[in-house]
Design a protein around this ligand. Structure first.
Ligand code: 1BN
Ligand code: ZN
Length: 352
């Protein structure tokens, strides 16, 4: 079922259509300025159509589109550096503090990759905190594209990369307007998608060049950093939103799954947050779970052309890691649903 029963593959903000096709730097600058100008709109109080909170799904979509204006955000490329700078700037406008972790990752093949994790903090003085995580990099290859000849090119990553960034920037706008009673950390991790997700996916010793940023964060964070719970938000912009309960999350932090799905039910979103469980997915929550932190993965892995469950049994309709992961597959309504849940989760919590 599609979010709010909007017709199939709804519109892309027409005035920003230029952003997706922008190739030359001046146009990209223009696109960013436009996104910035529109970001002023999301500071207006009030609830948009269908919204259950002050989170603004339309703005989230605009911010996702602004990421796409940088092209693919593959570590080591210009698009990656510019998109990272853009995130830092947007967070400095909104969060109380912004910390940037920079390091060089050496791949299995000996390549040196510049990496950045960006941690935007609200109420950093508070001990009681919630940690939200999303990856901001995009995959260097389109491993599942129907066109075998195009598999070697990087994907644009509208859902797989930009949707989580759009969600977080819009979330940061809402948190700036109304500071939460508990601390909130928005962590943008790098290098989630660079290498190969080997099978079995649980074997993270073989998955050397994926989840790079989340593993680095967990390795370097203070032992005293113990958020109450955490959520990875990944691929949450699909116009046909279907979020199953991910296997590692259900086994590793069932009470967090119950909490997140409970809020979704209270908001009337149980047609999007489904009660079925999927198998375990190797994603950025795994390093946190291994460290003993209660972090789950909210991911819509059922990313199919024209919706359907498991793409109607036709894997060629799956848009994950293909060149068809473009902005027209996302919707502001889906981002609204996820943003309402993410914001309600923290605003429900009483402070110290
Ligand atoms: C999420 C987005 N992932 C990659 N890009 C993790 C993943 C790993 C998803 C294996 C499916 C299979
Ligand atoms: Zn991916």
């Amino acid at each position: 079922m599609q979010a709010n029963n909007i017709p199939a593959r709804p519109f892309v903000v027409p005035s920003l259509a230029c952003v997706a096709i922008a190739k030359d730097p001046p146009v990209r600058v223009f696109a960013c300025l436009l996104a910035l100008a529109l970001s002023a709109c999301d500071r207006l109080p009030g609830f948009g159509g269908g919204a259950k909170t002050t989170f603004d799904g339309d703005s989230a979509l605009v911010f996702a589109q602004a990421q796409l204006a940088f092209g693919a955000r593959v570590p080591g490329t210009t698009g990656h550096r510019q998109a990272g700078d853009w995130i830092v700037e947007r967070m400095r406008e909104r969060a109380d503090t912004v910390e940037v972790q920079e390091w060089t990752h050496v791949t299995r093949g000996g390549r040196q990759l510049p990496m950045r994790n960006i941690l935007a903090r609200f109420r950093p003085e508070l001990t009681e905190r919630v940690l939200y995580i999303t990856h901001w990099d995009t995959r260097p290859t389109a491993d599942s594209d129907r066109n075998l000849g195009a598999r070697g090119r990087p994907i644009l990553g509208a859902n797989d990369g930009a949707s989580g960034v759009g969600l977080f920037v819009a979330l940061a706008s809402a948190l700036r307007r109304t500071p939460p009673a508990v601390g909130v950390d928005l962590l943008f991790v790098d290098g989630e998608d660079y290498g190969a997700f080997e099978t079995p996916v649980e074997d993270t010793t073989r998955n050397r060049d994926v989840l790079i940023g989340s593993q680095y964060f967990v390795r370097t964070m203070a032992d005293s950093y113990r958020p109450m719970f955490g959520v990875v938000w990944d691929m949450i912009g699909d116009a046909f939103l279907q979020i199953y309960q991910e296997g590692h999350s259900v086994r590793g932090a069932p009470e967090v799954v119950t909490r997140v799905w409970g809020v979704a039910r209270e908001l009337g979103y149980d047609e999007y947050f489904l009660s079925q469980t999927t198998g375990g997915i190797t994603d950025d929550h795994v390093p946190f779970l291994r460290k003993g932190l209660r972090v789950i993965d909210v991911i819509d892995i059922d990313y199919c052309l024209d919706g359907g469950t498991a793409c109607g049994g036709d894997p060629s309709r799956n848009l994950h890691h293909t060149h068809e992961d473009t902005i027209d597959k996302l919707s502001a309504e889906s981002l609204q649903v996820v943003g309402d849940v993410a914001l309600t989760l923290v605003t429900k919590l009483a402070g110290p």
